[in-house]
Design a protein around this ligand. Sequence first.
Ligand code: C2E
Ligand code: CA
Ligand code: CA
Length: 522
Amino acid sequence: MHLLISSLVAISLILLILSVKPAVIICQKDNSLGWKVLLGLIAAFILGYSLFFIHRLTHSVHHPIENILAIILVAGSIFVVMIINLSLTSILKTQDIAAKERYNAGHDSLTGLANRQLFLQTLDITLAAKQPFSVFILDINGFKQINDMLGHYFADQLLIKVATTIRQQLNQKCFLSRIGGDQFTIISCAVSETQINQLMTKIHTSLKNPFNINNYNINVQIGCGGTLFPTNSEDATSLLKQADLALRSAKQKQVAYVIYGTELANHAKARLEILSRLHEAIAENEFEVHYQPIIKRNADSICHIEALIRWPSRGGPFIPPDKFIPIAEESHLIGKVTVQVLDTICEHLRLLKQSNIQACIHVNLSTCDLQNEQISIYLAELIAQQRILPCELVLEVTETAIMQDITITKSILQKLSEQGFLISLDDFGTGYSSLSMLLKLPIDQIKIDRSFVNLMKQGETSHAIVKSIISLAHNLNCTVVAEGVETKESTELLNQLKCDYLQGYFFSKALPINELINTHKR
Ligand code: C2E
Ligand code: CA
Ligand code: CA
């Protein structure tokens, strides 16, 4: 009995000593006074237990109450060990959850890359270090179309593969993040032209092979814009704006990457000037509409004309639509411009009728016009006010505009077609989509882009492309317009190919309404 009790006290002492380590860990993790007091108490217990143990060993006669005391001490030590270990486990679990939450707050759950928040924090830290660095924004060309084609699940798989591939090309010093959708950013110490070129070449080369997603081979091309600290700016917001501008420029020029520099800065300034004047021009209705005849094969009178907007600059030539239409689109002003063009067209239709000229007017709709029902509603009002008949307008839309969001554009085009307007597919051949896919839409006419028409005389290939577009379109009950016809030879070739309509400088430039009327009055 004596030996048993002494052994129990020895075990309790060992248990107490074993609880010191977890108690110390707890005190290190949670600096509160309570845990320190508990650690002190454990130390005091160890001392007390040791004295009691020595007493048991050195005295042969024991009072029965000591046996009861020994059992209480054993229970007490088991209690302390359990409390300390359970507390440590739950503190570690809580810390683990907190660490995971911190990680999640800074990382993108799809790709595992840093997210926008962590990117911005890292950019601030990198700026504070005051060492030269570069920052890039990358995005996948035509990702919206890929998303529409593959669906969200498989498009996400593609994003994961692209993120992994890019990550594999970067060294430890580069910081890659996904800041949203298909947009990635890189903070890199590459600052010289050679270093940047090497980095960009590496990334673009790594994405050359198609990715196999759901049995589709998807070719991914990325656009990339970058800027340099401290050369171009010393604050985060401007650096990001510059990288974004450079990205847009890379996309427009269809080049692998663009680095922000003086040329782009001047371009941005000019763009800003146009934007500020555009508001004024809309308020003052400064725009004019000119008309370019579209000639029917083997017919002598005009029956179709294309309305082309003209913006007279103060004391100078017209500001070309290619310069201001994209800015009007980006700044959501294009809807107002289209409405003003339609209003002018209504007025000009009246003048044409007065001069006995029966013409059907082609109007250019922009990408944004196909993203909501505003234009369809406005056209319905014009019909209700008897200012136009649907057969008097052909609505020209580009492939790129349609492909922005095929689900929305399809329903808008369907509505416009049901309203009785003919739909003409402008600049055909410059986009990425297939003719068969586009012809699932209510399209009545195809306008072959002038780049093909111009090249036609130069070689067999372009000639064959034009020929096959014409025959395919005819098989699908669409008429064909060849744009940019500049020579007699092209005219003859297109006539031989049975192209329905021809348009270009060979016949006429776009003319102001009065000139058009004077030239074509019967
Ligand atoms: P687009 O719709 O493809 O219009 C044809 C453009 O080619 C016009 O340029 C026209 O002047 C030009 N062109 C016509 N024949 C020839 C030719 O034989 N050779 C060459 N080299 N060019 C020729 P413009 O008027 O500068 O318009 C450029 C673009 O601006 C248009 O391309 C169209 O996308 C856009 N645009 C013009 N007016 C409007 C408008 O009212 N609304 C919208 N949203 N866009 C418009
Ligand atoms: Ca057009
Ligand atoms: Ca065109």
